[in-house]
Design a protein around this ligand. Structure first.
Ligand SMILES: C[S@@+](CC[C@H](N)C(=O)[O-])C[C@H]1O[C@@H](n2cnc3c(N)ncnc32)[C@H](O)[C@@H]1O
Length: 255
């Protein structure tokens, strides 16, 4: 049986074990690359860059245009943004107001940003050719795999682990079956175990119960990923589990 930690509110970068490992990774390499899957406006990757010096951001999202991404994000911070560059500028400004990085020179970061970010829009992780990316030090897959059929998700996670550099980090958050925003019978229909479809927009989701999560984590670990801490169940106000957060480090090179 898996042992879990429980958190109501969290910022993934506040987890000490994760901070430490990202720090070690960025210190040990000239430049590190994060592959942000289902990135949206890649705010978590922005933070990896600003707080930890992760240099390159490669993102993928099935949304086709940047304007749609902005619409989907709805973050007031980006209201006047027209490009990814603008978003980054807004984000850095926000961070500059927070004590943690007041010592960093935001302007320098902004200037070099354009060459360091690549977004593949209108692409699905299900059939994305990973050869299009040179190397991956951090896989960031937050709240994305519930949009992908269970088998496809497992296959892609396996491919990603193979592609991940040695000592690279796998950071995943999957949505849980107890997350009632996806299973409310008023506006969704259950199609199969863990599979729900939104009645209006016909969006299907693939939700993970404890059993599926345990199997997924076992498979990930069998592929050479060593967990950094007990997986975290993110719970909502009603104490239901919304999602599960897992982080591991690639510790064995597979042949
Ligand atoms: C819930 S949002 C998460 C955004 C971001 N990762 C975060 O945690 O803030 C899910 C994102 O995944 C994208 N997405 C959904 N299915 C996808 C797929 N098959 N391939 C790539 N991106 C996908 C959506 O367009 C959306 O931007």
């Amino acid at each position: 049986m898996l042992r879990y930690q429980y958190l109501k509110f969290y910022s993934i970068f506040q987890i000490p074990e994760l901070r430490e490992e990202i720090g070690k990774l960025t210190n040990s390499k000239n430049e590190t690359t994060v592959f942000d899957i289902g990135c949206g406006i890649p705010t978590f990757s922005f933070e990896l860059r600003n707080l930890f010096g992760v240099k390159k951001i490669v993102g993928i999202d099935r949304i086709k245009t940047f304007i749609e991404l902005l619409g989907f994000n709805k973050n007031p911070l980006f209201y006047n943004a027209e490009t990814i560059h603008d978003c980054y500028r807004c984000h850095v400004r926000l961070l500059m107001n927070q004590s943690e990085i007041t010592s960093l020179k935001g302007a320098e970061f902004i200037d070099s940003f354009e060459n360091d970010v690549k977004l593949f829009l209108g692409e699905s992780i299900e059939d994305f050719n990973l050869k299009r990316i040179d190397n991956i030090d951090i896989v960031l897959a937050l709240n994305i795999f519930h949009f992908v059929k269970f088998d496809s998700a497992r296959r892609r996670i396996k491919d990603l682990i193979c592609k991940l550099e040695e000592s690279g980090l796998l950071i995943i958050e999957v949505n849980h079956l107890d997350n009632s925003s996806f299973t409310n019978p008023v506006y969704t229909t259950k199609l199969d175990e863990g599979v729900y479809e939104h009645n209006k927009i016909k969006q299907r989701v693939y939700l993970y119960d404890d059993n599926r999560i345990e199997n997924l984590i076992n498979e990930i670990e069998a592929l050479g990923i060593k967990r950094l801490f007990d997986p975290i169940k993110i719970i909502n106000e009603s104490e239901n589990v919304n999602s599960v957060f897992f982080c591991g480090k690639k510790s064995v090179v597979l042949v």
